[in-house]
Write a protein that binds this ligand. Sequence first.
Ligand code: HEC
Length: 133
Amino acid sequence: MRIKTVALFSMIALVVVVGSVWSINQEPGDKVTKAAIMRLKLEPAKKILEGITLGDFQAVRKNAEQIRLLTLDESWMLVQTDDYRQQTKNFERSLNLLNRMCDEKDIEGVTLAYMQVTMRCVECHQRMRDLRK
Ligand code: HEC
């Protein structure tokens, strides 16, 4: 009984030690930065809507460009799958469309492209959630 208890505690201690070494290797700060980078998409996305409502094409374009730059950051490729790369490509295509509509000063086109961009945000996040199930 005693030996079993000691063995049990040693096991727990081992798991704790291995666990903490594991989490050090995982670099928790790394995760925070990636989440922060992902969050950065939200502000320009909101500002695009603001730009649209004000008819300010320059503001829309500037913020679309900001989001596009984020996709070029290495942290964007959090997930290394073909599907994620495809989602990213679709997303970039919608952002390009948004830019083109801005250049043409086509407010309806801009609005539709913005909706397409938003659909891509939701689509990619939904896929991430499905993968986690
Ligand atoms: C190609 C995939 C993809 C697209 C497109 C995408 N995201 Fe994300 N987003 C992610 C991933 C991966 C995460 C990390 C969290 C996760 O695993 O769910 C994330 C997380 C987030 C988060 C949460 C960050 C946190 O604090 O956890 C926000 C906010 C966000 N994205 C906003 C947006 C917005 C706004 C758009 C569209 C303008 C967008 N995303 C488009 C992949 C994507």
